[in-house]
Design a protein around this ligand. Structure first.
Ligand code: AHR
Length: 496
């Protein structure tokens, strides 16, 4: 394979990488909460029933923000059902996923769990079956000082101190016909606008996230964003994007190239923001919250017992090919750090997740766990503009796909370079020319490579995990590295 050339200049730094890009998502869905976060009879459960092995795995993953409680679930959720004495909490049919919700885990448990897991809560309010009034009440429950009805309710149930939740999603995927309370763009924008306005009157320190399209393939995509941004511009801080990639057709070269469409999704919504901003002659900015992203297809068609409690739903078992796609999706989010300020891998445990548990039993780290963990731990500071001249391929769904996908960041005296090689057959020689970085030293490198694409991690063994990368050759003004075929890699260098 011809070599790829990466050129970086120390003066060409871009946006600060917001640490909330390394967020995730916990929905009352399948075994995410019950059997995942909360499993009171598990030997590793703490005094509140939270699995401490799961908390440790989430801390190691480097998760920063967790979105809760849905997802589709939130659009029919009565948050009051999930607070107060457990024995008085009602069991309800959960109509988004056709299960039974026991409400044994609710808002107060989530807040306490977030503290233990060291993550920031990101709450979603129900704008499907409910509206602005209930959203405001939940905000009062979470954030108001004692002395009013819902704040006193919280003080009695769990905590005198307000929780100070800053991030609030205004519903979930309200453009989707599957959503309880689905609305057209105008109706949704009116509802979201009045909810956001009421919530900010109560607590001006919060930030709100309006629903964008459920994915870029929706018929209403673009018109939806334009209308929502136009109506809600003054009251919201972010608009959401969601994307899941799959490979049911078994076309690996196209699957590995899918992150290109994530790039263009972000660019398109970014341009719409600029258009609305220009039309309004506004000084304000609205940013992107990519609050659901992942690979999702392995569990398609799996059956479960309807109306049962916490059945296994969406339990994708990820393979090595997914490691590469998830790595490239992360690169895409970081490359767009100027626009994307929050991102949530959907989801965190058991449901399309990097962490799997046996209810009452063991825990496993899926193949997708490791690129996320290493990126979250190492890639920080400012993203660097880059010039990548790279051999390319064509496939069924894309043309001119660069074999390498790179993202580079500088944080103080550290430079990180993350590289995915999409070539299934050949290593790619990478020549990096680094201008203005002073004396460059190699610190460390990790690679995930050398596996058959269908290799999976199980409760018994985790073959897909990082190992030290071959040390690049330092050239005086950069480095040369041979990037293994089908691989994810992260190199760290010291700079002056
Ligand atoms: O993450 C699984 C589901 O995907 C969420 O509930 C929904 O928002 C999306 O369609």
């Amino acid at each position: 394979m011809e070599k790829a050339k990466l050129t970086l200049d120390r003066d060409f730094t871009g946006a600060e990488i917001d640490k909330r890009l390394y967020g995730s998502f916990a929905e009352h869905l399948g075994r995410c909460i019950y059997g995942g976060l909360y499993d009171p009879t598990h030997p590793d459960a703490d005094d509140e029933g939270f699995r401490t092995d799961v908390i440790s795995a989430i801390r190691d993953l480097g998760a920063t923000v967790i979105r809760y409680p849905g997802g589709n679930f939130v659009s029919a959720y009565r948050w009051e059902d999930g607070v107060g004495p457990r024995e008085l909490r009602p069991r309800r049919p959960e109509i988004a996923w056709s299960t039974t919700e026991t409400n044994q885990f609710g808002t107060d448990e989530f807040m306490s769990w977030c503290k233990k897991a060291g993550v920031e809560p990101m709450m979603a309010v129900n704008l499907g079956s409910r509206g602005a009034e209930d959203a405001k009440n939940l905000l009062e429950y979470c954030n108001a000082q004692p002395g009013t009805f819902y704040a006193d309710m919280r003080a009695k149930n769990a905590s005198k101190d307000p929780y100070g939740v800053k991030l609030w999603c205004l519903g979930n995927e309200m453009d989707g016909p599957w959503q309880v309370g689905h609305k057209d763009a105008h109706d949704y924008a009116m509802t979201a606008n009045s909810a956001s306005r009421a919530m900010k009157l109560l607590d001006p320190d919060i930030q709100t996230i309006a629903c964008g399209s459920s994915n870029s393939g929706m018929n209403t995509f673009i018109d939806w964003e334009r209308e929502v941004l136009d109506l809600c511009w003054d009251t919201v801080d972010y608009i959401s994007l969601h994307t899941y990639f799959g490979n049911s057709g078994g076309d690996v070269p196209s699957f590995l190239a899918r992150s290109l469409s994530m790039d263009s999704f972000i660019d398109t919504v970014g341009s719409l923001i600029d258009t609305v901003k220009a039309k309004k002659r506004s000084k304000k900015n609205v940013y992107l919250s990519f609050d659901e992203w992942n690979v999702w297809y392995h569990s398609n068609g799996a059956q479960f017992e309807r109306w049962s409690v916490a059945p296994p739903i969406l339990e994708d078992v990820y393979d090595f090919a997914d490691t590469l796609v998830v790595g490239a999706m992360l690169n895409s989010l970081i490359r767009h750090a100027d626009r994307v300020k929050i991102a949530c891998l959907a989801q965190i445990v058991n449901v399309i997740a990097p962490i799997m548990t046996e209810t009452g039993g063991r825990l496993a780290r899926q193949t997708t766990y490791y690129p996320i963990m290493l990126t979250a731990k190492n890639v920080s500071g400012k993203v660097l503009e880059q010039r990548l001249d790279c051999p390319k391929y064509d496939c069924k769904d894309f043309t001119d796909v660069p074999y390498l996908d790179t993202v580079c960041a500088v944080d103080g005296d550290r430079l990180t370079v993350t590289v995915v090689n999409r070539s299934l057959e050949e290593p790619v020689p990478l020549e990096a020319v680094l201008r203005g970085f002073g004396k460059l030293g190699y610190v460390s490198g990790s690679t995930i490579a050398g596996h058959a694409l269908d290799t999976v991690n199980t409760f018994d063994s985790e073959p897909v995990r990082p190992r030290p990368a071959d040390e690049p050759e330092m050239t005086g003004n950069g480095f040369n590295a041979l990037i293994p075929a089908a691989s994810w890699n992260l190199f760290t260098f010291s700079i002056d």
